[in-house]
Design a protein around this ligand. Structure first.
Ligand SMILES: [Zn+2]
Length: 249
């Protein structure tokens, strides 16, 4: 499996950047996880958008889903002109209901699956499975484990650090973790985010090999965040960067 960073910023994108979005590829399977501001344009740098099989929206904060409108119009056009034959599978939380229903009503373009239902199902596409788990954030939010053979890659989405997150990440070799905050921002962790150091602690507690930090405030010094994560994690700490790829196998 391969991960390409389509967007790593929050809650707004700097010039030539995009908000949260991650392309996971395995053989011919393309899964887009989150589609924040600017992500759909970035996607097209790497693949033909018509080749996306599944879109996962972890929660309805705009920096994770704003480009769903671009996705909708692009796929609508592709279905109309015959360059795409199947609707796009979209996993999304069922709350807030107003937003979910708007997306769910675009039935000509999307097959929308509430993540609350998907938690209890096997979501298997070829050799790849998607397992979802709820996180601690001010609105319903889900992390996702992407599993192929015995390799587990976990994306935390937005979350505070707690025991449930540690339990869910246990066994993950590589973790893509939000690192929204610096050590000095510790007071803001009650808003459902982690410091980089806490992201490191998470990786350390679950014996991960590699930690990829993401969800960056555009003004922050990312090397500082990396250093703060390295204080609590003995393994390999990486920064998500626009267009950077990681092999997940
Ligand atoms: Zn959020």
């Amino acid at each position: 499996m391969k991960l390409t960073i389509l967007g790593c910023y929050a809650p707004y994108a700097p010039k030539e950047g995009a908000c949260n979005s991650y392309l996971i590829q395995s053989d011919n399977l393309n899964i887009m996880v989150d589609c924040g501001h600017g992500a759909f344009a970035q996607l097209q740098r790497y693949i033909n958008f018509r080749d996306v099989h599944t879109l996962v929206i972890t929660h309805f904060h705009p920096d994770h889903y704003a480009d769903i409108h671009a996705v909708r119009h692009a796929f609508s056009g592709a279905l109309r002109d015959g360059s795409r034959t199947d609707p796009l599978i979209v996993y999304a939380p069922s709350e807030p209901a107003l937003i979910f229903e708007e997306i769910n009503n675009w039935r000509d373009v999307f097959i929308t699956i509430p993540i609350e239902d998907a938690i209890h199902r096997e979501n298997k596409f070829g050799l790849v499975r998607l397992n979802f788990f709820p996180t601690s954030h001010p609105m319903p939010t889900f992390g996702v484990k992407i599993i192929k053979d015995d390799k587990v890659f976990t994306y935390t989405s937005d979350t505070a650090l707690n025991n449930n997150l540690v339990d869910e990440c246990m066994g993950s070799k590589i973790i893509l973790a939000e690192a929204s905050l610096r050590d000095t921002d510790i007071a803001y962790t009650n808003k459902g985010h982690m410091t980089a150091k806490q992201a490191g602690l998470l990786a350390q507690k679950v014996y991960a090999e590699k930690l990829i930090l993401t969800h960056f405030w555009p003004e922050y010094n990312l090397h500082q965040l990396k250093r703060e994560a390295e204080v609590s994690f003995d393994g390999n700490v990486n920064l998500a960067e626009m267009g950077k790829t990681f092999i997940l196998d």
